[in-house]
Ligand binder design. Structure first.
Ligand code: ADP
Ligand code: MG
Length: 309
């Protein structure tokens, strides 16, 4: 008999909800938690003992041989960081650590510090050796931060695991990254995923999408912020300026099959204006988007229209 089991854990600086419907739902939820813990230790930029940290600590000194998954995510991240006009840069670490937005001790760095840190954020200087599966950061002080991508990549690995099991359905919510798997208990088999109203506290929705075996990733400027006087600084840093991205977008949602694609494109496109984002997503067959601007205006790509609620 199919049962439903759910749990909530705190990990990766966020709250994670897991819900599985399966004959052995409890075991699958437990394995899901194990995998989250395992991958957090691989990808975290905030723990001294992570595999990623070994690369960062060896910057300017020597290459580090790493797990296949870490190598792959850095390869994907580097590729998208090096594309023209991309706002994603996985080498942004030195600036993220200086701003510390979302952590205690957050502050506006000195302009001179920002300038010198920008010099050690060039993603081209991440050197990958495909044969050895090693990563080398060419300059001392370089620091890879996979915070924008890891949750999506990990979700995809968990979905790979679900595909090997007998599961009726599963929902993962990693602090705003929602992944739905299998048949929803609705007549049409689609899950309903809410898109948060940027002006309201959590769980108030402005819109929703119907989704099936899909990922719905939202990046917003309203969650993690630093307030100094009248200024509000959010946590997505413009790799060109070293300051938070200036934008008229309050939240950007990407709907895709792979969750890592949602992560890549929410950050890659974040500095563009709402209409530019929609135009660009309309050219990309793999992804759809919903944009909410600071006036709470809604924009969306052509392909998502029929699934919009
Ligand atoms: P969240 O879902 O936690 O809000 P995002 O997926 O939007 O996070 O990624 C934000 C995180 O990515 C930041 O906390 C920081 O660690 C890192 N980051 C900030 N700016 C950039 C950037 N321009 N490129 C890549 N990573 C970034
Ligand atoms: Mg992201």
């Amino acid at each position: 008999m199919v049962k439903t089991h759910a749990t909530q854990i705190r990990l990766m600086g966020t709250v994670i909800d897991i819900k599985v419907s399966a004959v052995n739902a409890k075991k699958i939820v437990r394995k899901t938690v194990d995998k989250l813990v395992y991958y957090e230790k691989m990808f975290s930029a905030n723990r001294e003992d992570s595999e990623l940290m070994a690369i960062n600590l060896a910057a300017g000194e020597h290459p580090v041989v790493v797990s296949n998954e870490l190598f792959e995510l850095i390869r994907i991240g580097k590729y998208h960081s090096c594309q023209k006009n991309s706002f994603l840069n996985i080498a942004i670490g030195p600036l993220v650590k200086s701003w510390k937005i979302g952590f205690s001790g957050a502050k506006v760095p000195l302009k001179t510090d920002i300038e010198s840190l920008l010099a050690i954020t060039n993603p081209e200087k991440i050197k990958l050796n495909d044969e050895k599966k090693s990563v080398y950061l060419e300059q001392k002080g370089m620091f890879i931060d996979l915070g924008a991508l890891a949750k999506g990549y990990i979700s995809d690995r968990i979905v790979d695991y679900y595909k090997r099991q007998q599961i009726e359905s599963a929902i993962l919510n990693l602090g705003g990254n929602v992944i739905v798997y299998g048949e929803a208990p609705h007549k049409d088999g689609y899950f309903r995923v809410g898109i948060q109203n940027p002006r309201e506290p959590r769980s108030k929705c402005l819109a929703g999408v119907k989704a099936k075996n899909q990922s719905v990733v939202t990046s917003g400027i309203y969650e993690r912020v630093l307030k100094v006087g009248d200024e509000t600084y959010h946590h997505i840093i413009n790799p060109k300026t070293g300051y938070p991205v200036e934008t008229d977008v309050a939240s950007l949602t990407i709907i895709s099959h792979l969750s890592v694609d949602g992560e890549i494109w929410t950050t890659r496109l974040f500095g563009k204006n709402s209409q530019e984002i929609v135009d660009e997503v309309n050219q990309l067959p793999e992804i759809e988007c919903i944009v909410i601007d600071k006036e709470n205006q809604l924009y969306y790509s052509i392909g998502i229209q029929s699934n919009l609620i």
